[in-house]
Structures are given as structure tokens and as C-alpha cells.
Design a protein around this ligand. Sequence first.
Ligand code: CU
Length: 522
Amino acid sequence: MAAGSEPARVRSTPVSFQQPRGPASPSDRLRITRRSILAGAALAGGAALTGLSRARGQPLQPQPDRDFRVEQETPSRDNGPTPQQPMPPGEPGTHYTPVVVPNGWTLPYRLIDGVKVFHLVAEEVTHEFAPGLIAHCWGYNGSVHGPVIEAVEGDRVRIYVTNRLKAPTTVHWHGVLLPSGMDGVGGLSQKSILPGETFMYDFTLRQHGTLMYHSHHDEMTQMGMGMTGLFIIHPREPGGPRPDRDFAIMLHEWYVPVGTSRPDPNEMSDFNILTMNGKCFPGTAPLVARLGQRVRIRIGNLSAMNHHPIHLHGYYFRVTETDGGVIPEAGRWPETTVLVPVGSTRTVDFVADNPGDWAMHCHMTHHVMNQMGHGIANMIGVNPEGLDARVRPLLPGYMTMGQDGMGEMADMGMQVPENSIPMLGGQGPHDTITMGGMFTILKVRESLPNGYDDPGWYENPPGTQSVLAVSDAMRRDGIDKSGDRAPRAPGPKIDLPRNAEPSRETPDGQGTHPSGHHYPSP
Ligand SMILES: [Cu+2]
């Protein structure tokens, strides 16, 4: 089946796709916008009202009927797979709502005699993780990760893979039900694709779901360098309404030594760049939805070592799908965090009934830091005054940092070596956002005059914004500013024995600052 014998002919085929569906064009956005307005109004009126009532400041109450009921039909694989005879090609708009890939794109195909023909090119890609950090990675078709492959249950697909790397490769279709010889495991299911060769994969999609693809040759290196992508198969006949906004996100983790421009795939634990669709915050694009829309977020994880618990603020959702298929209704329970294990996908669904800017991030705190946030000396509580005074004659302006945590690094615009990024920090509407890594923002708005472009920051309605407490309010509510009269944990206050706290000794032996707080001298 391999087409390696005819690579020249494949390469000479002119690339002119009938249905280009790469990064959303403005016209795409408009088209989606209009349809979504109608869909949102017609299908989600109740949910939209719920959201509006929240906007007026009413308490959040679980709404049993707000949950997005999706695809209640039994997944086809439970009824036995779809017949291997292909069906007429599924069409975007008619058979499915195309996914939205923040910071990414969807691979166009050509229809040849009823077959969807895709062409993946494995190659080195110069990739920007976030402004200020560019590295030589490996990916597909000029992007890290590879573009999303999107098709419909029953479609026959033919996927050509051209290897422009200097190493052999293969592509495995993770979770796809297919003949053994199409499974893409180098040496086991096929010969490796040598540099310069083009192989052909040809199979009929017998299921639907959120699946993936990735190199299955020297996985540690090639996946570690970025050679992964999502493979999304829509149901031929959805049992319920389609999502209005269907987001696709691939998680990954990298080790890019500070000051270098190449990920180190040999690293096993100390990852310092954690990404969603190849970007770390503040490089991640927001997920934009209109109030009342049905939102689906599909998350795949082909990180080297870590499972990622992805947490969404302002909402609860149900996990409706794994890469094994649809979870039956009775097996779904509400969550605010979904754990996406390595080598898995999870799909969550909800109605966007709570307007605002909502953080969505990995809840492992080390995974929302960028470079240089790891493996450094613990300075918490250290009084650096004496040390700073001694170092300054040698390094003018020297100031020890980290004694009050890492937040100040973001606030102070930390100096970093060339081609590296601060450990955290992106500019928010109120202050610096002291997050990095696997962090993005779901932006839900009542109106989106510019389509699904980033609508900017949410303006919280009056009375719904946390602000500095004023004296009148504190007096009314019996709050003392010092905090001395606030309730305290029961039991006696515990003190360390006198000789058990060496860190309170300043480096010049002067002793502890009376307040216990240490601020660097200006
Ligand atoms: Cu994580």
C-alpha cells in the first residue's frame, strides 16, 4: 500500500485545494457568526436567560437543564463499527461545524473520487512559543503542532505523509479504528518513511471522536520535538444539537534550556515550557464565545511525562467524550477540572451562560510557569539586606529576589537572557497576570461586534468588581483593617524554638528585622 515507490509523482501534484479551511478567514468568521447568532437564539434561549440573570448579580445556581446534551445516540462502535464501505464525504456546515483551533489551523483536503485526500509534511519548524522565545522544533506543514485533521464518520481518507526530516519517521493514528497495516508503528505495522519518501495511508473512518496523530518512530525525540496533532472525526448523524463553538487544544511540555533555541527531548522531568496548541501564556489566544452558545472544548495530551488537570473558572461542565468514544449520559458527572492523561483526549461540554473573562489552565502550579521558574534556590522569608549591601559594590544595583515569592518577577519586568521568556506574566486589564505556561482565557460576551476576534477585556458591570475595601464598608461590617480581630485558628500560637530558624539570621549576622518583613533597600 505504501506509495514510497512513487514519491516524485506525489510531489509534482499541484496543491490547489477545493475547500481550503486553514486559519479562519474573516469571511469564515462572519459565516460562523451569523449561523451562531441564529443557533444561539433558537437553541439556547433558556441558557442565555440564565446567563443574563447572572449578569445582574443573582447567585449562581446549578441549572439541571442547562447541561449541553450531546450525541445521545450510542456511539457507533458500541453498535458495531460503521460498515467499512465508505459513505459520501461529509461536508462542513452540512454534516459538522468545523472546529476552532486557537493558535492553530485545520488541514485542507481535496476530494478525489469521493475520497478526502490530505497531505502531511513532517519537517523542522521554527516556532514561537510566546513573544521572545523562538526555537527549532519538529512538526508538520510548517506548524507546531501539526494541523488538525477533521473528517466525518464514514469518510474514506487518504493521507500522504512526506518526510522532509533528516531522520526516518512514521505517523500513527491514535485511537482510529483501522486495518493493522495502516496503524503507523515503525517496524511493526510498516517500514519507516525515510527522508525524502512519501507514504500513503488509506482507510475508512468507522467511528467518531476526538483522536490524535503522532510520530511512532523514535517517539521520545520526535514527539518531544513537537510531532503531534489532533484527528477529529465528527458523527455522521449527531443525536443532539451541534456545538456552536467547538475548540480543539493539544497540550504539550518541553524543556528549552534558557538561552538556547532547541527543545531538549531527552529531558524527563524538568519541563520549563508548558503549552496549549504550542503556545505558553502570554502567547495563547483566547477562546471566544457568545453568551448562551453551546461550547465544546476538546483537549488532547501527548506530553512526554505529565497528565494535566485542566481547570475552567466560572463554569462547571460535563466530560462527554474520551478518545475511546462518547461517555454514556449516566456516566457523566459535573466537574470544574478535567484530568487529561498522557496519550488521551477529553471533551467537555457546557453552555456559555456566564459572561466574563475566565481563566482556563493546568492546575499543576509548576505548569503555569515559564522558563526559569524551576529549580531555583528557595528565598522565601530570607532577609537579604546584608547580602545585598555586600554584593552591590561588585554588582551595582544588585538586589536579591524571591523572598516574597515569584510574583514580583512579573511586576518588575524581570531581565531575561536573549531568546528566553520570564517565568510568568502577561498584561491584564487590572495588573500583571502572574501566570505563564498552560494558561489561556475563555472570553464570553453578550455581543461580539468583531466576530470571534479577541474582544479585549471584559468590563464587569457596576457592583460586580472586587475593589479595595472602603472604610465605611469595613466599619459597617465590623472589619478591622489590621486583621488582628479577625477569627483565628483555635489553639495556642506556635513559635519555632529560638535556635531552629537560621534563615531569619541575616547574612551579615545582624539579626532579624523587627517586623519580620524584609524589603530590599532602594
Ligand atoms: Cu499540567
